[in-house]
Design a protein around this ligand. Structure first.
Ligand code: GAL
Length: 430
């Protein structure tokens, strides 16, 4: 059974239960399920909360801790099955289509607001297609994250005798050797499946290029998944794992980021939500920290678009529906797009802002990200992130996560065996 029918079967049960009606204690209330719980992420989501409250609605925070959102997605599914979904939830990529097919997302709520605010004109087609179900908006996109970044503490580099950011895998390993020799953790990392696969997809992009990445992790081509370039990717992943702290198991991504911020570690491979932690610590891009594309991925942009999906509410919950609409209107507004992304580390999703980043006051990392986003959209380098739910169903993603994490945790694991396992695990999950 594929992911869609699996989710649909489970969710059909939800129709046996009435949707929860609740008394609105203001103009209306909106509960938002999300996983933005690190210091920097919370600062970002608080901006949305404050604006919705200023507009006279009640914000019910449905935060579920756990980077990458796997726990939040489990909670969301069980709430949907129990007939008690929230008004709004963070759902991304192809998963939006799966939820759309259950009939639980609203195809009406965003109609007027998307027309009045000209969303079709503001968003690139790639983005609007992702957040529409059968032609109707069912989610509002809030930002664009780039996944293939390397974060560097230049003070630590200096102390280890490294004078420049690495641009090739060889330079990366050489920097790692120097960091280790100087007593630092070379590569800060949290041993959680989504973080392991974030690193894995960077390595695939570096070794196989954007075409190879697309064939393997987007098109799920069997030959490419088990082919020689994938074997090489696993071999590089193994080498790279040797630069991570052996005590990394279970560590949250923001704790790993803190190791770089506090000068215990030299580098972290992480999407640009990591910047939210640097910002929250009052550090300045280009001075206190460097952001560079992961070596070998300069022409690639692995994108991750956060979006908030809107659930169908009973028609008599007029105030709550108005709250959902207000949140959606705010989320794509110019002011919010700026302050949210400044706090979150991302760039705006509105195309009318991406060409204007320095005038809008965005920092060096955000300016570089927007420039690379626009260039990679033309060159074909713009690719959906597998690790961040943008490329495949969650079932296929889960199969990839298992193979990658098992490989990284087994020091005797063989690259050729892992790529064969990857191909068969993906096939079984499809
Ligand atoms: C990503 C999400 C980001 C960030 C990150 C860490 O999947 O898109 O917004 O929250 O997880 O939790």
């Amino acid at each position: 059974m594929n992911g869609i029918s699996r989710l649909a079967t489970v969710i059909t049960l939800a129709s046996l239960f009435p949707l929860n009606a609740h008394a609105a204690d203001s103009k209306g209330a909106v509960e938002v399920v999300h996983w933005w719980t690190s210091g920097g992420e919370k600062a970002a989501v608080d901006v949305l909360k404050a604006q919705v409250e200023k507009d006279g609605f009640t914000w019910k925070d449905g935060a579920v801790a756990g980077g990458g959102g796997a726990t939040a997605m489990t909670v969301l599914k069980s709430r949907a099955v129990a007939g008690n979904p929230p008004g709004v939830a963070q759902i991304k990529g192809p998963d939006i289509q799966e939820w759309g097919s259950t009939g639980l997302l609203s195809t009406d709520t965003l109609k007027d607001v998307s027309k009045a605010e000209n969303w079709d004109g503001l968003l690139s087609k790639k983005v609007s297609d992702t957040v529409k179900y059968e032609g109707d908006y069912v989610a509002v996109p809030v930002n664009i994250h780039r996944v293939n970044w390397l974060w560097i503490n230049p003070q630590v580099f200096k102390q280890a005798g490294i004078d420049k950011a690495p641009t090739t895998l060889e330079e990366f390993y050489a920097a790692g050797d120097k960091l280790k020799a100087a007593g630092f953790i070379a590569l800060a990392h949290g041993g959680q499946p989504w973080q392991d696969s974030t690193v894995f997809e960077d390595v695939v992009l570096s070794v196989m290029g954007t075409d190879g990445y697309k064939k393997a992790l987007v098109d799920l081509d069997q030959k490419t998944l088990s082919g020689p370039e994938m074997v090489k990717s696993f071999a590089e992943l193994k080498k790279l794992t040797g630069y991570m702290d052996p005590n990394r198991a279970g560590r949250d991504w923001n704790i790993a980021a803190a190791e770089v911020i506090n000068g215990k570690a030299g580098m972290q491979m992480m999407g640009d939500w990591a910047k939210s932690e640097w910002t929250a610590a009052n550090k300045v891009a280009g001075k206190d920290y460097l952001c560079v594309p992961f070596p070998g991925t300069e022409k690639a942009f692995a994108y991750n678009i956060d979006s908030l999906a809107v659930f169908k509410l009973n028609a008599d919950r007029k105030g709550d529906i108005a709250a959902q609409q207000d949140l959606a209107r705010v989320a794509l507004g110019k002011d919010f797009q700026k302050v949210f992304s400044v706090n979150k580390g991302s760039i705006p999703v509105r195309t009318d802002m991406l060409g204007d980043m320095s005038a809008l006051g965005f920092d060096a990392c955000a300016q570089a990200s927007a420039k690379d986003f626009l260039a990679s959209d033309k060159s074909g380098g713009l690719q959906p992130s597998m690790a961040h739910n943008m490329a495949t169903s969650l079932a296929v993603q889960g199969a990839i996560f298992d193979v990658v994490t098992n490989f990284m945790n087994d020091k005797d694991a063989a690259p050729a065996k892992a790529s064969a396992q990857l191909a068969s695990a993906v096939k079984a999950a499809q």
